[in-house]
Design a protein around this ligand. Structure first.
Ligand code: CO
Length: 182
């Protein structure tokens, strides 16, 4: 599957809830998972492959030992008021990494591919990836969460380059690519 880049329609609108838990959904999740691994990512949301539905796949096995998760219609609430800054990247915005502040610990509720409910708590990288992916389902990209106005301005140049297909351009934001893109 092709991973759509900044500017693609599905990346900028709110995705629809999944209602049919059929073989097609399982196939889509499998294809997304393969695509994510091929791109060395740790998370991927359906809008990133042009499907505007609320499905994400996540895998932080290498970093934290949490293997593949398929989350349908996922939601989260912060477990407490603790916030943490971490570097993020995104497979839809190649070459850009920046520090984003988000809740540190979250309660996640979602459905499995067969429709059964799943609830768990997450922290660390897993909590971070899940929040990043749920943002995708809401049409929001991580660079829109950058608070520094100067950096946001620089990032705008990167968006334009991406929309023109010049994805090699790097920005000042790309100094510490420590986080695997999602
Ligand atoms: Co992303």
């Amino acid at each position: 599957m092709t991973i759509h880049k900044y500017g693609a329609d599905a990346l900028h609108r709110v995705a629809d809830p999944v209602q049919g838990f059929d073989a097609g959904l399982k196939q889509l999740a499998d294809d997304m998972y393969e695509t994510m691994l091929d791109a060395d990512g740790i998370g991927l949301a359906a809008p990133q492959v042009g499907r505007s539905i609320r499905l994400i796949v996540v895998d932080t096995q290498q970093e934290e030992g949490v293997g593949r998760l398929n989350l349908v219609n996922p939601e989260f609430t912060p477990l407490d008021e603790s916030l943490i800054e971490m570097n993020e990247g995104c497979l839809s915005i190649p070459g850009t990494f920046c520090a984003i502040t988000r809740p540190e610990r979250i309660q996640v509720s979602a459905q499995r591919l067969n429709g059964k409910p799943i609830r768990f708590q997450a922290d660390g990288l897993l909590a971070r990836v899940i929040q990043h992916e749920i943002d995708h389902l809401d049409g929001k990209l991580f660079v829109e969460r950058v608070e520094d106005p100067v950096l946001r301005e620089e990032l705008r140049d990167v968006y334009e380059a991406i929309e023109m297909g010049l994805t090699e351009l790097k920005s000042e934001a790309d100094k510490e690519p420590v986080t695997t893109p999602a």
